[in-house]
Design a protein around this ligand. Structure first.
Ligand SMILES: Cc1cc2nc3c(=O)[nH]c(=O)nc-3n(C[C@H](O)[C@H](O)[C@H](O)COP(=O)(O)O)c2cc1C
Length: 480
């Protein structure tokens, strides 16, 4: 029996802390569950969630959690087909590559949508298990094709809240209303060319429903300015329930500086100015709850956020390196050790992400932050979540990514300049959570670590300990 909507809303509206959604799989269900069970909003990342599920299944699902959640999926035939195809009892031979997934495209493919719905359901179902706290899902607006099935899978598992930034999520509130009504959704794929009508992406939820009404989750838009918050509160296709206001110091992707032309420092980092500061009074005047994100990493900063009118803060970095994080343990400990000896820097790279958004990269030996590791990696695009849709000369739709092999990208009409310094975030971030693809010859994809500018703050939570938990982060930040 689902709790009534107003009670569930209250759960998150009172949350002092939102544990930021961190893809790929850094904020998986163990972290979100640990946070939600302590009365704050735990958020799973929905980015590349289909790849995460099938790779975990190929690694044998040692504790059986995924299979336990899959057994609750309303359409058992879909869960069984996915198990049949991907589950390897005892786990894959570590030298064997993971089975490839079909890359997403606008051509309607039931199997692709089925897997997305299932994967998102599993992640949220596990995060919600065993407590009455609130759980959210985070998706990137720019990654369009998997969005609606992923949202629907999360709703089937009764997700409390959807949080989306990295783009302008104007259409999402209306989509949530439509899905809760059990109706089909049509969205238009954005194209980076002109001259042809953009293809329509279709999703029909009736194949999955059991007839029960679905609860419409709350929607929090992640924004970098009060201007965008104002526009969304007036022009979104449905109700926006609040905002996360993210500063450029936050981990992961950042909004680019406002205004043109962009200005960079001597090492190529974008320079933010006056226009990028958020008018908190204007934001508060919208009358919706908001949380500040980016460098809110001390109890004092959390208190000042609340004094400035925020309900609390969305925190990423401190949670990204705690025990329940999805980050591969040896890599996580390597970063912790580097922080202890002051040996890690965080670069705001304007080149790394093929999306063109600035992306934070921590300098960690053996990862893609090192020029030699970057240069030694063969460019491959086989996950494809960040590909852009473009119009081919013959008018049909193609897909390309500035981090894919140069020849391929240039043949698709991409520019050489665009490829410089681009990093395959899909493969790199999968490797960061221990799901790196194995290449011919046995080499495993190198990882990439992203974090906020305030990575050094994890030392304060650690104190003299070797490791820390999500509960330690919460206790530290909410200390009186
Ligand atoms: C490892 C990592 C991955 C992240 N991935 C995402 C993501 O997939 N989507 C998103 O909206 N924000 C992402 N973020 C941003 C966080 O959700 C959060 O807003 C931010 O980290 C807050 O700033 P802080 O790192 O200074 O605490 C990520 C942050 C980190 C540290």
């Amino acid at each position: 029996m689902l709790p009534q909507l107003p009670i569930r809303r209250a759960l998150f509206e009172l949350s002092r802390l939102i544990q930021g959604g961190m893809g790929i799989g850094v904020s998986g269900w163990p972290l979100a569950r640990a946070v939600a069970s302590r009365g704050h909003l735990g958020v799973v990342s929905g980015t590349a969630i289909d790849a995460v599920l099938v790779r975990r299944l190929q690694d044998g699902d040692p504790a059986g959690e995924l299979r336990r959640a899959m057994a609750h999926f309303p359409v058992s035939a879909i869960a069984e087909a996915v198990l049949e195809r991907y589950f390897i009892p005892g786990g894959r031979d570590p030298k064997a590559p993971y089975r490839a997934l079909t890359m997403h495209s606008h051509r309607e493919q039931h199997a692709v949508q089925d897997l997305l719905v299932l994967a998102s359901f599993v992640e949220v179902w596990l995060a919600r298990e065993g407590h009455g706290g609130a759980v959210g899902i985070n998706l990137l607006t720019k990654v369009q094709i998997p969005t609606v099935p992923s949202l629907f899978g999360a709703m089937l598992a009764s997700v409390d809240c959807v949080l989306m930034g990295a783009g302008i999520p104007r259409d999402i509130p209306g989509i949530l209303d439509t899905l809760a009504d059990g109706r089909g959704v049509e969205t238009q794929l954005e194209l980076s060319g002109t001259g042809v009508a953009a293809p329509i992406l279709r999703f029909d939820p009736t194949r999955f429903t059991t007839g029960d009404a679905l609860v419409r989750p709350a929607f929090l838009a992640i924004v970098s300015s009060h201007v965008l918050a104002t526009v969304l509160s007036r022009k979104a296709t449905g109700t926006v329930d609040g905002f996360v206001v993210e500063a450029p110091s936050a981990g992961g992707h950042n909004a680019p500086p406002r205004g043109r032309p962009a200005v960079f420092d001597a090492i190529g980092q974008p320079i933010y100015g006056e226009r990028d500061s958020v008018d908190l009074a204007a934001l508060a005047a919208l009358g919706l709850p908001f949380w500040l994100a980016g460098g809110v990493d001390t109890p004092e900063l959390l208190r000042s956020a609340i004094e400035a009118g925020a309900t609390g803060a969305q925190v990423g970095t401190l949670f990204a390196f705690c025990r329940e994080s999805g980050m591969e343990p040896a890599l996580r400990h390597q970063v912790i050790d580097l922080v202890r000896c002051g040996g890690v820097h965080v670069l705001t790279s304007s080149r790394a992400s093929s999306t063109g958004y600035p992306f934070k990269v921590a300098s960690v030996p053996g990862t893609l932050s090192e020029a030699s590791v970057y240069a030694a990696r063969e460019r491959i695009c086989d996950l494809g979540y960040l590909r852009e849709a473009y119009v081919k000369p013959n008018g049909s739709i193609g897909y390309r990514c500035a981090a894919e092999p140069l020849d391929t990208y240039l043949a698709k009409g991409g520019s050489l300049e665009d490829t410089m310094g681009r990093t395959c975030l899909c493969n790199g971030l999968a490797a960061t959570i221990g799901l790196g693809q194995v290449r011919p010859g046995g080499a495993i994809e190198p990882p990439i670590v992203t974090s906020g500018d305030g990575l050094a703050a994890i030392a304060r939570v650690l104190g003299d300990r070797e490791d820390y938990s999500a509960a330690d982060v919460i206790a530290y930040l909410t200390a009186p």
